[in-house]
Design a binder for this molecule. Structure first.
Ligand SMILES: [Zn+2]
Length: 287
C-alpha cells in the first residue's frame, strides 16, 4: 500500500520551493499550463505555485511511507490509553469523593457500576472478576488514609495514561520513550492479572502491550538500539524527497564538471552521487 499517496489524498500535497537554486530546479517542472512542483510526500508533480518557500533545512518535515503507517498504529494505542485514563480517573473519583464513608463508597460503586464496567471492559478489565478491582474493593475496607492514598494512586495512574496517550498521538520522541517506559511498568500488573486467571482478553491485551514495547524500541530505535536516534534520523533523511533532489542535483553538477564524475553521476541512482555527509539536505546542493 502506498501510504504517502493515501496521506496526500487525505490531507493534501506538500510543495516547497527551496532557496537553493540547484535544489529548486530538481523540484520544479515546466509544464504546458505553467510550472509544477514536486510533492515532498508522494513525489507527484502538482501544477501551480509552491505552498511555501525558504531555505531547504526549513522545509516542512513530512512523514512518508511506513512512517505514516507507524503514526497511525501509535494513534490506535493512544486512543486505548485515553480510555484507560478515563476508566482509572472515574474510579479514582468515586473512591476519593466518598472516601469518608465506606457505605456510600459501596453505594456509589454499585450505582456507577454499569459505567465503570463498560469503561474498564474497553481496556480489558472485567470489574466483576478483575483481581485489581477486587484489590481496590478490599482497600475500601481499610482505614480512610489508605483510601485516600488509593485514590491518589488511581488518579496518578490516570494522569500517566493520559500523558502516554498524548505522546503516542503526537508521535514525538519523548512520547515514544514515555509510552515505552509506562507500558513496561504496566506489564507486571497484567502478568499479575494473568497469573490470577488466564482469559483470552487478558492474554490479548498483554500480548499487544508487549508488542508495543518491542515495536517502539525496534522501529523507533530507542535506547540506542540499531544505532539509536542518529540512525533513525539518518533513515528518515535518506527517505526524504529533498535529500533525493539534493543527490540528483549533486550528480548533475558532477556530470557537468567533468566526464569522470559524470560516468558515476549519470546513473543517478540513490547511491550514485558521492555527496558529502551533509547535516542538512541542502548541504549537498551547495557543494
Ligand atoms: Zn503528495
Amino acid at each position: 500500500m502506498d501510504w504517502s499517496l493515501l496521506e496526500c489524498g487525505r490531507s493534501g500535497h506538500v510543495t516547497y520551493s527551496p532557496d537553493e537554486p540547484e535544489l529548486r530546479e530538481q523540484l520544479r517542472a515546466a509544464t504546458e499550463p505553467g510550472e509544477a512542483w514536486q510533492c515532498l510526500r508522494c513525489t507527484a508533480f502538482m501544477p501551480g505555485q509552491p505552498q511555501a518557500a525558504g531555505p531547504a533545512d526549513q522545509a516542512p518535515s513530512v512523514r512518508r511511507g511506513k512512517e505514516i503507517r507507524s503514526a497511525l498504529i501509535l494513534r490506535i494505542f493512544a486512543v486505548e490509553r485515553y480510555l484507560r485514563a478515563l476508566a482509572f480517573g472515574a474510579l479514582a473519583y468515586v473512591v476519593w469523593r466518598f472516601r469518608s464513608s465506606r457505605q456510600s463508597i459501596e453505594q456509589a460503586f454499585d450505582r456507577e457500576r454499569p459505567v465503570l464496567r463498560s469503561l474498564f471492559q474497553s481496556v480489558g478489565y472485567n470489574i466483576d472478576h478483575s483481581k485489581l478491582v477486587g484489590l481496590v474493593k478490599h482497600a475500601l475496607t481499610l482505614s480512610s488514609s489508605t483510601v485516600t492514598w488509593l485514590a491518589a494512586f488511581l488518579a496518578a495512574y490516570a494522569v500517566i495514561e493520559a500523558v502516554e496517550g498524548t505522546g503516542l498521538w503526537l508521535a514525538r520522541r519523548w512520547g515514544e520513550y514515555f509510552a515505552m517506559v509506562a507500558t513496561s511498568l504496566g506489564l507486571p500488573l497484567e502478568i499479575y492479572e494473568l497469573v490470577d486467571k488466564v482469559t483470552v482478553t487478558r492474554l490479548v491485551f498483554f500480548a499487544v502491550n508487549l508488542a508495543l514495547v518491542l515495536y517502539l524500541v525496534i522501529t523507533k530505535r530507542l535506547f540506542g538500539v540499531r544505532g539509536g536516534k542518529r540512525a533513525y534520523q539518518d533513515r528518515l533523511r535518506s527517505e526524504s524527497v529533498l535529500e533525493t533532489a539534493a543527490k540528483a542535483a549533486a550528480a548533475r553538477h558532477g556530470a557537468e564538471a567533468g566526464p569522470a564524475a559524470g560516468a558515476s553521476g549519470a546513473s543517478a541512482g540513490p547511491n550514485a552521487a558521492a555527496s558529502p555527509p551533509a547535516d542538512n539536505p541542502a548541504g549537498a546542493a551547495k557543494s
